[in-house]
Ligand binder design. Structure first.
Ligand code: HEM
Ligand code: SF4
Ligand code: SF4
Length: 683
């Protein structure tokens, strides 16, 4: 059967996306059945992420009452906080985790619902940007505790950025002795941790700039649930530091916050290269989704000036702010006319539902023509001696994939003449009234019924228009609306939809009565909040999988620039021939910075011997080395020799006791030796 009216999903693989979306739809249905709309997290994922982010930002600012952003005082300032400070810290930690959870939830939900194509690319791209920067802020936040987790973060961050050729002195050398960790670097991290949330704020503003009446804040009950859940988790599981960062002790921690610190485990197991590759590939895939996964640009609404009387209804209702009212251009007696910005229009057709005079809509679904077609169907069915029933089926509803022929007949919906529409918002009350007046025995509108519909406000507006609560209103006094029903069934909800339709046929489908909040809903609400809290808390305190090798370590951090040397050798006859007359010489001399040789011995054995070339574009800078050598437990004689050519010019010897997890770090910087050893055995 042909399907001329089919308004297919805008993503490239609609079947796959339906499959991915199914669990979200099922959970959303479950919530809708058991909770009032104001307490359904699926209805307000963006707002939830936003409110959680705001809580994180406010608690972060409040933390400044207790926290000292200095590498020497940070850890102690957090350890010695008052109970209120500790609570603020925990709320900051868990609200940051909740933000990540909720942003991922929001993004996955919109991705699987294919809400990324056409003009939504702006929301998509700024969303991905916010997600990346949010993660970065969290990663930086964990530095600020300056505990052993932060120590690992710092070391891995250094390894990550070292390949970028802007650091002359390898950053890893900063994190081998406590004295080398610069206060400046720490303050820079602190500064970015405070500044980047402002950048995210700007990104979110752009994110919702193409959405009219964005649900920026949650409903009050939902906000209260979120706040209470965060408080409960914060009291039950206070955020704690691990041991103070100490570069002479290998970092070890049992748990870590996987919401932000997962790269630690990845880098530890697979190396930093994997992180760069994954970040690049994932970033590219995510940022380009609006173009790679969209099948086609949505059809854009157009205004028919012959019908538009400038009433402003459509401009007020468009959920994407795509319509503006402009001065009349055609000399007709009205002051204004509607104008659609095709760059903003997503083709939802909610404006068609707003316009009583059929003055606006997408070209493939002209309202006035459809009204006439419905008239003909009603006449035909009546002529056949049957009762005409008309159905308007939202393309995102469970009936969205029904095959419908040019006469509106669908084998999947016998007894009805059907019109498929992109959104139930297309259905204008006049269209329904006209069908009824023509003789239709009933009009059924099937909407998608998600708590956050693909076209945002289409379901709500249609319900209100049919209930005569929103302009343009159904004129209840003019027609008998007893057989007008608006039922909501998202994709996949076929069985329940067909049951409703059967009930409709036998006239036993009750009108929805609305949700009356009862005490049991509060109990269910607590269960949902507890589940969300558990989802926030569990990854936040999961085993780190970060296994430090307990064997003691001998570390040498070297920066050495031996004097430039002149090396002379006899010139060959050929070279002499090429020399200018006044520069003739028997020898050729070249000046260069020599390579640095390093030899490390523990007891009688040489455990490391290598040569390090000078850095710098002209290879005349210092040589750098960061050498980590596992050493057996116990007391050992250590000897480190540094030199060039065949001379050992600098030698350092020490008798050292090596204990598990500890490091003795020799620093050799431009001729000066320093030895940093752990003060006391680790508890
Ligand atoms: C800090 C992070 C984020 C916040 C606070 C946030 C918040 C919001 C809000 C309040 C809306 C408007 C919802 C409405 O009223 O219908 C929205 C829409 C949207 N968000 Fe996000 N969002 C964030 C991250 C993301 C991410 C990571 C993505 C995807 C990668 C994303 C994709 C979208 C899209 C595509 C829309 C438009 C939906 C539509 O027009 O139908 N957002 N977001
Ligand atoms: S609703 Fe119709 S008549 Fe009113 S401004 Fe829009 S197009 Fe014109
Ligand atoms: S179809 Fe109409 S209501 Fe929908 S975005 Fe376009 S102009 Fe706005």
């Amino acid at each position: 059967m042909s399907n001329p009216q089919k308004l297919s999903n805008q993503s490239r693989w609609p079947r796959l996306f339906d499959l991915l979306q199914a669990p979200f739809v099922a959970l959303d249905r479950l919530m809708e059945a058991h909770l009032p709309p104001s307490m359904n997290p699926f209805a307000q994922t963006g707002a939830l992420a936003n409110v959680s982010f705001i809580i994180a930002a406010i608690s972060g600012v409040l933390l400044l009452f207790w926290y000292s952003p200095s590498v020497h005082e940070a850890w102690a300032s957090l350890e010695n906080m008052s109970a209120l400070g500790q609570l603020t810290r925990s709320v900051h930690r868990y609200s940051s985790d909740a933000t990540m959870l909720l942003v991922l939830f929001h993004a996955a939900k919109l991705l699987f619902a294919s809400r990324f194509s056409g003009p939504r690319w702006v929301a998509w791209v700024t969303g991905v940007f916010s997600l990346g920067t949010l993660w970065f802020v969290g990663w930086l936040g964990y530095w600020l505790v300056w505990d052993s987790r932060a120590q690992s973060l710092a070391t891995i961050s250094a390894r990550l950025v070292e390949p970028i050729p802007i650091f002359t002195d390898p950053l890893s050398r900063t994190f081998v002795v406590n004295e080398a960790v610069s206060s400046g670097l720490f303050v820079t991290v602190f500064f970015f941790h405070m500044l980047i949330p402002l950048v995210i704020g700007v990104a979110i503003w752009m994110h919702i700039s193409r959405v009219a009446r964005a649900k920026f804040l949650t409903s009050k009950p939902m906000g209260a649930w979120l706040g209470a859940s965060l408080l409960a988790v914060s009291i039950a599981f206070p955020a704690l530091s691990s041991e103070q960062a100490d570069m002479s002790i290998k970092p070890a921690f049992e748990t870590m916050d996987w919401w932000y610190l997962f790269p630690l485990a990845v880098a530890d197991r697979l190396g930093t290269g994997v992180i760069w590759t994954a970040a690049f590939v994932l970033g590219l895939l995510l940022f380009t989704i609006p173009w790679t996964l969209s099948r086609k640009e949505p059809e854009k609404a157009q205004v028919d000036l012959n019908r538009c009387n400038g009433c402003t209804n459509c401009a007020n209702d468009c959920p994407y702010g795509a319509i503006t009212m402009v001065p009349r251009t055609d000399g007709r007696p009205w002051e204004l006319e509607a104008k659609v910005d095709p760059n903003l229009c997503v083709g939802c057709t909610i404006c068609s539902g707003s316009c009583n005079s059929a003055g606006i809509g997408i070209p493939s679904l002209p309202v006035q023509d459809k009204r006439k077609v419905v008239d003909q169907w009603v006449d035909q069915v009546q002529n056949d001696g049957e009762e005409p029933l008309i159905a308007f089926l939202c393309a995102n509803s469970a009936a969205g994939d029904f095959s419908i022929d040019e006469n509106g007949v669908s084998t999947e919906l016998p007894g009805f003449r059907c019109v498929q529409v992109p959104c139930s918002g297309w259905v204008n009350p006049i269209t329904v009234e006209r069908a009824l007046r023509r003789g239709a025995k009933g009009v059924l509108v099937v909407g998608c019924g998600c708590s956050d519909p693909p076209f945002r406000e289409g379901v709500e507006f249609t319900q209100d228009r049919l209930d005569a609560k929103r302009s343009p209103q159904m004129r209840l006094e003019k027609v008998d609306t007893s057989r007008v029903r608006f039922i909501l069934h998202p994709r996949g909800d076929l069985v329940s939809m067909l049951a409703d339709i059967d009930a409709y046929r036998t006239d036993s489908l009750a009108k929805p009565s609305g949700f009356k909040v009862q005490p049991k809903h509060w109990v269910k609400g607590v269960l949902v909040a507890a589940t969300l809290s558990a989802l926030v808390w569990a990854p936040s305190n999961m085993a780190s999988l970060f296994e430090a090798d307990p064997s003691p370590e001998l570390v040498l951090s070297l920066k050495y620039r031996p004097k430039v040397e002149e090396l002379c050798r006899p010139a060959t006859e050929e070279e002499k021939a090429k020399m200018m007359r006044h520069m003739k010489s028997d020898t050729i001399c070249e000046r260069s910075r020599p390579d640095v040789n390093v030899r490390v011995s523990v007891g009688p054995s040489v455990v490391h011997q290598a040569t390090y070339e000078p850095h710098g574009l002209a290879s005349d800078g210092p040589s750098f080395a960061l050498i980590k050598i596992p050493v057996g437990e116990g007391e050992h004689q250590v000897k480190i020799e540094v030199g060039h050519a065949d001379r050992w010019t600098h030698v350092k010897e020490a008798q050292l006791v090596f204990r598990q997890m500890e490091r003795h770090v020799f620093t050799f910087e431009e001729g000066v030796w320093t030895l940093s050893s752990p003060n006391s055995p680790r508890k």
